[in-house]
Ligand binder design. Structure first.
Ligand code: B12
Ligand code: SF4
Length: 455
């Protein structure tokens, strides 16, 4: 059998925000493996947070031939520790890692003898082919014929180029039946509905923001599931999981306007009663599109606004202007769609004045929910390369790089972040809006709770 797992979260890290969502990447891989005839289990240890000894017991119990671990730059260390612990109790188990970090820095994984193979890029096809070779259950093939793998051979690292799956519709629905769905929170501030589940329907992005490495994993060519297939999956989730809300976690949900409209029309045509929230860019919406989205259940859109400084906006290569952002927010308000937005603080080259401009813009835009995130660099986007080249950091934890420039360091950013959240959420305009939306009693209770917590 094949065991797929996530690793326990690094709770002490200052950037950890603790939202546990089902690991859709592993669920996609599990579904592809099941379709190919393998027996699969998923251990979502990011959610369950089991100590390593317990993970060893679970591995002993399942006795898998293959263990697949998902790994981000933030979970590099726990991933290596898990692989080592598993090899101790089950040396015969083949350990394969995949996900964001291994895709960009495969060598960093293979330096460790507990890791046998790395999958780079999309995992479904590569994992099925690798598993067939390892378990000798498929046609006899050699490793070099599998696209997107890295492994050791005669003291050297061998890598094959990843290939993208062109027709995503051929992938089965993610194997949510292997996940402990009842243990996820399944509620979200952005929607009134419960339970809420996630979908990821677009892979790839034609833009090139300097802080983002999405394109390195999914490519510049944007591929998406067809409207029919998206709505089939929503239907499946409504019927099998009782889903009442969907969070489309893919970037740029509205990038293909025609298909987005088709999806919305299909939701209505099939009478699916669902609320949803999606992520997109401010330059990828229009009045007619928003109207269709609202009618099909869209309640909230999340925009990464990132900065209020035109200079920094240009530097991060966002490809939008502040005017476009203001216009997009206005359009959403006119069409009755709520807005959540995030801003970045601590970009190399940013000054305190740039950050103040960000707070000013956030207040002006007045989104329903707002988050200021501190930029931490990890391989291998444009900003990461600049930071490493110019030594703009004072701390590196494995592959996470804490930026330090003449204007700020991470500790200073933590203080500014706290102050910005306070200033944003406590403005009279904000409190008034919240009361209007949620009612005076609820807002008063929340305020009281905050005061009591601080005591
Ligand atoms: C939803 C989400 C989360 C959720 C849930 C994550 C989860 N359990 O899967 C939560 C909120 C918990 C989360 C937390 C964090 N996240 Co996050 N998250 C995302 C997001 C938006 C979608 C992930 C997703 O479901 N993708 C869809 C599935 C289908 O793709 P996938 O997971 O990448 O899996 C595919 C491949 O990567 C590969 N693969 C993945 N795992 C494996 C394992 C094996 C064995 C194999 C063979 C292949 C393989 O095959 C899969 C199918 O093709 C992405 C951005 C994005 N658009 O993808 C960021 C993203 C993955 N997150 C990121 C970050 C930085 C974080 C946090 C550090 C944030 C924080 N401040 O705490 C934490 C770290 C959590 C962790 N365990 O690593 C970065 C990762 C960058 C990096 N180099 O590591 C991303 C890319 C966002 C970004 N651009 O910065 N995240
Ligand atoms: S931040 Fe969004 S728009 Fe920019 S490159 Fe990444 S996925 Fe594309």
């Amino acid at each position: 059998m094949i065991l797929l797992m996530t690793t326990a979260p690094p709770k002490k890290a200052p950037w950890y925000h603790g939202r546990g969502l089902p690991p859709l990447g592993l669920a996609y891989i599990a579904a592809a493996l099941e379709k190919a005839g393998f027996q699969v289990e998923i251990l979502d240890n990011y959610l369950l947070n089991k100590p390593i000894e317990e993970v060893q017991q679970i591995v002993r119990k399942y006795n898998p031939e293959i263990l697949g671990i998902t790994c981000g730059s933030a979970t590099y260390r726990p991933c290596i520790e898990t692989a080592e612990a598993v090899k101790k109790v089950l040396p015969s188990c083949t350990v394969i890692v995949g996900g964001w970090h291994p895709s960009y820095v495969p060598e960093s994984m293979l330096e460790n003898s507990a890791i046998d193979y790395v999958v780079m890029g999309e995992g479904e096809r590569a994992m099925v082919e690798l598993a067939s070779i390892i378990t000798k259950s498929g046609i006899k093939r050699d490793l070099g014929s599998v696209a997107g793998v890295a492994y050791r051979s005669k003291g050297k690292t061998v890598k094959t180029n990843p290939e993208f799956i062109s027709d995503l519709d051929q992938l089965p629905f993610p194997a949510r039946h292997l996940l402990p769905m009842h243990l996820y929170e399944r509620k979200m501030e952005y929607l009134d509905a419960f339970p809420i589940d996630t979908m990821h329907v677009i892979r790839g992005c034609p833009f090139n923001c300097a802080f983002c490495e999405i394109t390195r994993l999914w490519g510049h060519n944007c591929r998406s599931f067809s409207p029919n297939r998206i709505v089939d999956e929503i239907n499946h989730m409504v019927d099998n999981l009782g889903s009442k809300g969907i969070y489309f976690i893919s970037d740029n949900f509205t990038i293909r306007k025609k298909e987005t409209i088709e999806t919305c029309q299909l939701i209505r045509k099939r009478n699916i009663d669902i609320q949803w929230v999606c992520d997109t860019r401010v330059d990828l919406i229009s009045k007619d599109l928003l109207r269709e989205m609202k009618r099909a259940g869209c309640r909230t859109i999340w925009f990464g606004v990132e900065t209020g400084s035109p200079r920094i906006l240009k530097k991060i290569n966002r490809g939008v202007t502040i005017e476009q952002t203001i216009k997009a927010f206005k359009l959403c308000r006119q069409e009755g769609i709520n807005i959540s937005s995030s801003f970045m603080l601590g970009i190399p080259g940013e000054t305190i004045d740039d950050m103040k401009a960000t707070l000013k813009l956030a207040k002006k835009l007045n989104p329903d929910w707002c988050r200021f995130n501190i930029f931490v660099a990890y391989p291998d986007n444009i900003l990461y390369q600049e930071i490493m080249k110019n030594h703009l950091y004072d701390r590196i934890e494995d592959f996470l790089v804490y930026v330090k420039t003449k204007d700020f360091d991470y500790e200073k950013m933590l203080k500014i972040q706290k102050q910005f959240h306070k200033e944003f959420y406590r403005s009279p305009k904000r409190i008034f809006r919240k009361i209007k939306r949620e009612g005076a009693l609820k807002v008063f209770r929340q305020g009281l709770q905050l005061v009591l917590q601080k005591r």
